[in-house]
Ligand binder design. Sequence first.
Ligand SMILES: N[C@@H](CCC[C@H](N)C(=O)O)C(=O)O
Length: 261
Amino acid sequence: MTLTFYKYQGTGNDFVIIDNRESILSKNNTKLFARLCDRKFGIGADGLMLLELPQNNEDDFTMVYFNADGNESSMCGNGGRCLVAFAAFLGVIRDRATFTAIDGKHHAEIKNGLVYLQMQDVLEIEKYDDHLFLDTGSPHHVTMVDGLSEYDVENVGRRIRNGAPYFEAGSNVNFVEKRNGSSFAVRTYERGVEDETLSCGTGVTAVALSMHATKLTDKEAVSVQTQGGELKVTFKKTENGYEDIFLIGPAEQVFKGEFSW
Ligand SMILES: N[C@@H](CCC[C@H](N)C(=O)O)C(=O)O
């Protein structure tokens, strides 16, 4: 059987995307998805997404996300932005979208070539001596470091991801350095890819909220420089936590192809 795939990237976080509105692929194709994401034996990507039919009248489509290891995982912020751009390319939406992902409903808008993706409210941030932990749709460990550009993200990230209290379920791990006022730089070790990626959208969101929660910025619009480009996060601090959170940045189709299996 032959299927068309599309490749998208959002600040260097790259994805294979398949239009699965006709339910050709089942979610249990773990080996196939891992092979398609493999950079030596497949197309190569940090993750794979299926765009599926909406599950209710309010939605335009459904997002199903798999990590590069082929397993379905929690929310992917850059993936969500790329899937909105893909939905616009297919003509499923114009410039506004409502869709459901594993963490619930999302609204999005494409404006001036950027995708604005609303993330889930964050009501709890755990603060520890040397890091913070929060869930922005995916779990994130956030820690400040000096000398980010030389930092051993791969090995330290892997140790934290696999160690206590995360163990097998794991966490994504973000290493952050302040640039100025409301601007930060981050490098992220992603679980499910089991390596550093050039950018992680839920990670960038976690960094922005963590920097506000620890008073490293008092702004509700934060710039985060990833290895693959700049993302912006805007939010409102309320008495309950953080609401109206938007992850903002580019999402680009890089090519189209066919695969057989
Ligand atoms: N790259 C993603 C995060 C994808 C999920 C993550 N690897 C996990 O399993 O938690 C993003 O842009 O948010």
